[in-house]
Ligand binder design. Structure first.
Ligand SMILES: [Zn+2]
Length: 567
């Protein structure tokens, strides 16, 4: 380089950089760059990170007259965290009208019913919000006796595909020992042949059950904005919506147009696989959407369908039967049952092929091992037509993994959305169903990373506002802690050989998640040129006692270079 050019480039750097909007200095900045470098200071201008380095360097080269410089006094800074899969609208509406109590035992469920009965006119339905038997201390699906704390009200306990009703509800709906099962549904019965209150895919038999009070559009927008702000205060600066319908997509667009979208959202377009194939194919081909259409605030991620049900209710499609304990936990009648696949493999293949041809990354709710294996079969078929790896297609949950399936993922370039916190909540119950050995590859983070599969962390938050008590709590530090410790809520440790380091866990909530969302050039690490989404926390993530990690609190959240939350 000639002397003149060197002079010119130094001058240019100084002239552009010396008036940063914001400088953070005297910190411990975990950049999550390729070398996992730790720096003291960073500078931000026009929403992007312009420099990282030592406090002296950054203050000398980046500080201008208008710069706001913040002394971190040794505090830790992380890239803004990314939860790759949650359900904001459902969660936002869940407590929009009134707060919900945590329902973790039969006693808590009964207290909830009694409280509702006092303010609900006689004869009207009481609905217990969605609760899973794996999360109840009894580890048992309730039967009607548990819900019989009111004689005057029909009661419904909602475990999604399975519901439980009380005796008053059975009477009101005329369901007796002589009522035949509806098509594809089942009325479960006790030893005497009487309905025990558990109904599987048989909700249509219930009389007078009105859908939950409808919300108008203004309420939905307010609920969505509210929950997105709570996510941001918990340290999330980008979220993946785990399954948006056209109505929800329109709500996000309205929120953004009104300047009310507080953080970055990557939407997954979800379609109901139960609809006729021709209708689905026509809709996929006619919608203007595809992966990455949108901008850095609101864009599309993947296309999604559901392959199977849930492990919390015994409908995940497994490689092995649910066995005897499935009777107690899920109210199953057939111990050989392996769960439920929602459509035929050919239908999934046709729908996925159409979505891929339209430019979509492909994804599917796949919880049981049987569903995981089928998804990979279909990816292999599509991969023979055209390499699937560039689409960054992924399994959602993949709770029950296997070394074979992980090997296939690596070969295909397929990744996964994982919810490590579920092992904390659900492993004790699932161990009774499948045995300890049956959980050897339950959310096996170490196996994924050792195989070279980058997985994205997340919560699948769906109900409740409190980040630690919601159904699928969304506190990202709890998810990180479970990835690191594999501790369960009953004091055990599930296969410690699957633990990952604090650095690796952090990558699943930052750079790996960004990659999954096609956003790694802008997000997921603290490097010059990336968007300034940052999080200052109240203790040192890398060196605090391990069991303090879930209690880490954000003290400052910076979104696009602006301080949006400060404690
Ligand atoms: Zn979900």
């Amino acid at each position: 380089m000639t002397r003149g050019l060197l002079w010119l480039s130094l001058f240019a750097t100084a002239a552009v950089a010396a008036d940063a909007d914001l400088i953070l200095y005297n910190g411990k900045i975990l950049t999550v760059d390729a070398a996992f470098s730790i720096r003291e200071a960073l500078a931000v201008k026009s929403g992007r990170i312009t420099a990282v380095g030592t406090t002296a360097e950054i203050l000398r080269a980046q500080r201008g007259a208008r710069t706001r410089a913040i002394d971190l006094r040794g505090r830790t800074v992380l890239p803004g965290l990314i939860d790759s899969h949650l359900h904001p609208l459902e969660a936002g509406l869940s407590e929009f009208r009134e707060p919900l109590p945590p329902l973790t035992s039969f006693a808590a469920v009964q207290d909830y019913i009694r409280a509702q009965a006092r303010k609900t006119p006689k004869g009207q339905w009481i609905v217990v919000p969605r609760t899973f038997p794996t999360r109840l201390s009894e580890l048992r699906m309730p039967t009607r006796e548990v819900l019989d704390v009111t004689e005057d009200h029909p009661v419904l306990f909602d475990a999604s595909y399975v519901v439980v009703v009380n005796s008053a509800a059975l009477r009101l709906s005329g369901i007796t020992r002589d009522t035949p099962n509806p098509p594809h549904g089942e009325i479960l019965r006790d030893e005497r042949g009487e309905p025990n209150g558990i109904l599987r895919n048989a909700q249509s038999l219930l009389k007078g059950l009105k859908p939950a009070a409808a919300f108008n559009e203004q309420e939905k927008l307010a609920a969505l904005e509210k929950i997105l702000r709570l996510y941001q205060q918990a340290g999330l600066t980008t979220i993946g919506d785990g399954g948006a319908t056209p109505e929800e997509i329109a709500l996000y667009e309205k929120l953004k147009a009104a300047g009310r979208l507080p953080l970055r959202v990557v939407m997954t377009w979800w379609v109901n696989i139960a609809r006729p194939a021709e209708e689905l194919l026509a809709e996929i081909r006619s919608r203007p959407w595809r992966t990455n259409s949108g901008d850095e605030w609101l864009k599309f991620g993947a296309f999604k369908v559901n392959f199977d049900g849930g492990m919390t209710i015994g409908t995940a499609y497994q490689r092995v039967p649910y066995g005897e304990f499935g009777r107690q936990l899920y109210g199953k009648t057939n111990p050989d049952d392996r769960g439920q696949l929602f459509a035929a493999p050919e239908k999934y293949l046709a729908v996925f092929r159409a979505a891929r041809d339209r430019g979509w990354s492909l994804s599917a709710h796949t919880q049981g091992g049987g569903a995981v294996d089928l998804f990979l079969d279909i990816m292999e078929t599509l991969d023979r037509e055209r390499p699937i790896a560039p689409t960054r297609s992924h399994l959602i949950h993949a709770s029950f993994q296997s070394p074979e399936a992980i090997g296939r993922m690596k070969r295909l370039g397929v990744t996964a959305d994982v919810q490590a916190a579920w092992l904390y909540y659900d492993a004790p119950a699932l161990e009774k169903v499948f045995g300890y050995a049956g959980l050897r590859y339950f959310f096996p983070l170490r196996s994924y990373l050792d195989a070279g599969v980058r997985v994205a962390g997340g919560s699948d938050h769906m109900i409740g506002y409190d980040k630690n008590r919601a159904v699928n709590p969304y506190n990202p530090f709890h998810g990180l802690w479970v990835s690191i410790t594999r501790k369960t809520n009953r004091g055990g440790v599930l296969y410690p050989e699957e633990r990952v380091s604090r650095e690796e866990a952090l990558k699943t909530y930052t750079i790996y998640a960004a990659w999954r969302l096609f956003a790694e050039k802008d997000l997921g690490s603290i490097e010059p040129g990336k968007l300034a989404d940052l999080l200052v926390i109240d203790r040192d993530y890398l060196s605090c006692p391990e069991d303090d990690i879930p209690a880490i609190e954000p003290v400052m959240v910076i979104q696009n270079g602006r301080i949006v939350f400060e404690k």
